[in-house]
Ligand binder design. Sequence first.
Ligand SMILES: *Cc1c(COP(=O)(O)O)cnc(C)c1O
Length: 418
Amino acid sequence: MKAIVKTLLRITRNQIKNLLKVLLNKPVTLPSLGSMTLGLDDVVIAKSLLKNRKDWRSEHVVFEYEKMFAQWNGSNFAFAFMGGRVALSACLYALDLNEGDEVLLPGYTCIVVPNAIKYAGLKPVYVDIELDTYGLDAEKLEQKITPATKAIILHHLYGLVCRDYEEIISIAQKFNLKVIEDCAHSTGAEFKGKKVGNLGDLAFYSSEQSKIFNTIQGGIAVTNNAEMATKISEYYQQSNLPSDDLIYRQLNNVIFNYYKFADSSRWWKGDVAELFYGRRSIISTTKEEMLGIKPESYGQRMPAAIAKIGINQLPKIDQCNQHRRNTAKKWDEWCKNKGYNSPLVVEQSIPVYLRYPVLVKENMKKELSWAVDELKVAPGVWFITNVHPAQVLVEDCKNADEAVRRCINLPCLGVIDE
Ligand SMILES: *Cc1c(COP(=O)(O)O)cnc(C)c1O
């Protein structure tokens, strides 16, 4: 009861502020950090699923989603899970490594990435990044290879194809290491005519609500190697489907997120939708995960109810990514005028700009109101620590430390046409 009163008070306060802004002829909404790839069509699907629980678990819908993704991505095999992190766990499982083996990863990532390595009984070893695309620095990577090193996780952060992509793959071949590509930010990005995720041995993608496409929570693991696919499928068979309660919450969140982030009248509809659909929201990274503890329900695969949203989201990705690239041109122009470096677009690559990263002065990352005034957007601050958003000691990663202090990211969806 208390919680409802609190929500009502907050919403009332919010709406009084908004009404004042309308009266003063000031803008009432800012493009937000949340995903804007949800449309009314997704809302219709979610509402219909909420009425038909019998449709929540039919396997053929999930297979259809996996097949669609594989085809679109140019990959031979795809498996859908309840998160990019789970898809990563499946990839690590497929490598068939031994306890204590070392996995190299960027010292600028999300806590769930080293967590997946630890959950698999492996040892994360952080490597510094370069500051052109925030990817692994190939030279520094090679220095960290020991006889215990067995795999490398590279990433394409903010939707940028990483600068040392080909070099990292050839280092891996030279030392007989496996490569997993973290494509959580870069679904749809291309390099030499192929989607990213197809150069390494395995790759994973995320459809968490702040990523390129949105199923609230979700992830996909892909590979082009039949043996690896058999191993992923083994992990898949062992994994459970989420509870009805979690599916119910996910579907409610699809509706809530649409009205909160995407609808053109979201400044008031978002608050109304919160009353109906916003209860029991979904936390993407739990307190346990922040502490490196494996949640009991970790490791689930995707049910049909969520795959249906995925199937509807997939055909929208290319168009949304084109919108993101158009917005990036505007941020390029701004960088040029202000003397900031634009993120590097690697030759023969097509980035997707999940967010547009810029290195600014330290105090400008701490206090972002300048951007709201100057750019009319609220910048994001991924990453506020080396393993966002948890505090874990990451040594010997000077560039990553600098990015933590200075890198802000500008939204690329929902900025133009408003
Ligand atoms: C979001 C993210 C992940 C994990 O994806 P989830 O779907 O949230 O599990 C992994 N790596 C990076 C860089 C991410 O931003």
